[in-house]
Design a protein around this ligand. Structure first.
Ligand SMILES: Cc1ncc(COP(=O)(O)O)c(C=O)c1O
Length: 404
């Protein structure tokens, strides 16, 4: 019989041997785009790195105005909510946030969760039963794919952003099955945008509901930062937004109609049986939304920085053009991505390597993310670092002999 100890050991050994081990690293945060490693683990020394790996796209996480709003919120509401939403956990701060989200994104209900992961799981576990079918984009986030596999409904996956593949799968399903199509607005590892109008058309044609997780689009895209759905003027039946990325905080909301909102608040176990987010946090998220809506300059700055990045690097085969703050740099081999990441670290630039199973086999990459608070000089330093890596032939040394 296999013991838990031997099972755990085998899994850890396999991960290490495949070179896929994730090492947790501890940072102290300096300004919004600078990070410093703790002294217990250091690649070179403890001098600060420019952070090109954060999802804090608008630079709000350490914005002084937002910090002071959170401090005021703490004085006004105390630290924690003290209970789940179904008991006494919801405050006027939560109610204001729900109303603000509904008004901004054009829905009648917003149901709050402590994370995007739990919002996605709650949605699929609560909505789907064994008579239903869920169809997901192949590159959807782990929280969605896992919930689709574990929920009682049947699940299929369509080729990434391929509307014909989706259409074929929908056409093959029985008319009697209730269908849910799930995609992301902006894909987290590729930074590309889903073809929402075409997805919505297919859903209408086959009487399916459409759910869009816009974790990486909200704040970054659209005139008011309303995300991919605002940019493309599409209203899916369900919209999931998260607050841990461009909003600079954490938490999430499911936007939906009245009945679906009532249904989720009654039956979603991640909602009913979990302590509500702290009211001061809800209060601060409302303010982050106002800043996002009003401060168009943050999105304009991202576009400018992306232009500098593209002008200098678009001739490389590893470069992928995107209209978002996520700039994947596709290295292929895991070792190559790790090596480039390390090379950049030696130049004070922190860009994490993303390897399988987070991305498909042979698609290891640097996931470069731009941030409103990056300076043009910092983008130029990144461009120089990447260019010098290839000019000096490091990548050839790695592919022919392993690590140099
Ligand atoms: C597309 C997508 N959905 C959901 C999540 C989970 O959100 P959270 O970090 O709030 O749990 C992530 C986070 O990486 C994500 O990329």
């Amino acid at each position: 019989m296999m013991t838990f100890d031997s099972k755990i050991q085998a899994a850890l050994t396999e991960r290490r041997e495949k070179g896929l081990q994730r090492d947790t690293q501890i940072f102290s945060r300096l300004t919004n785009n600078q990070i410093e490693q703790s002294e217990s683990y250091s690649v070179v020394d403890t001098s600060p790195y420019v952070n090109f790996s954060s999802n804090d796209y608008l630079g709000l996480a350490s914005d002084p105005e937002l910090i002071s709003v959170w401090q005021q919120g703490l004085s006004r509401y105390g630290c924690g909510s003290g209970a789940s939403p179904a008991v006494t956990g919801l405050s006027i701060a939560h109610q204001n946030l729900q109303a603000k989200l509904c008004e901004w994104l054009g829905y009648s209900r917003a149901v709050l969760f402590n994370s995007g992961f739990s919002a996605n799981q709650a949605l699929l576990f609560t909505l789907l039963d064994k008579y239903d079918h869920v169809i997901q984009d192949k590159l959807n986030h782990a929280s969605l794919i896992e919930a689709g596999m574990l929920c009682p409904a049947s699940m299929s996956r369509f080729k990434h952003n391929d509307v014909n593949a989706l259409s074929g799968k929908l056409a093959a399903l029985s008319h009697t099955q209730t269908k849910l199509v799930v995609s992301e607005g902006v894909f987290s590892m590729d930074g590309d945008i889903s073809p929402l109008a075409e997805l919505a058309y297919q859903c209408q044609k086959y009487e399916a509901w459409l759910a869009i997780d816009d974790a990486h689009g909200i704040g970054v895209l659209g005139e008011s930062g309303g995300g991919t759905t605002e940019l493309l003027a599409i209203k899916p039946n369900i919209l999931i937004v998260t607050f841990g990325k461009a909003m600079g905080l954490s938490g999430a909301a499911i936007l939906c109609d009245e009945n679906t909102g009532d249904f989720l608040s009654q039956f979603a176990r991640h909602y009913v049986y979990s302590t509500a987010m702290p009211p001061a946090q809800a209060h601060t998220i409302s303010h982050a939304i106002s800043m996002t809506q009003q401060q168009q300059w943050r999105r304009e700055k991202l576009v400018e920085l992306a232009g500098i990045f593209a002008d200098s690097l678009s001739s490389f085969s590893e470069y992928r053009a995107t209209d978002t703050a996520i700039k994947p740099w596709i290295c292929g081999e895991s070792q190559q991505a790790m090596d480039l990441s390390e090379y950049l670290k030696h130049r004070g630039l922190w860009v994490g390597a993303i390897r399988p199973p987070t991305v498909p086999a042979n698609a290891a990459r640097l996931r470069i993310t731009l941030n409103t608070s990056h300076s043009e000089q910092q983008i130029s330093a990144l461009v120089r670092g990447i260019t010098q890596y290839y000019q000096s032939g490091h990548e050839r040394k790695v592919s022919s002999r392993g690590r140099y």
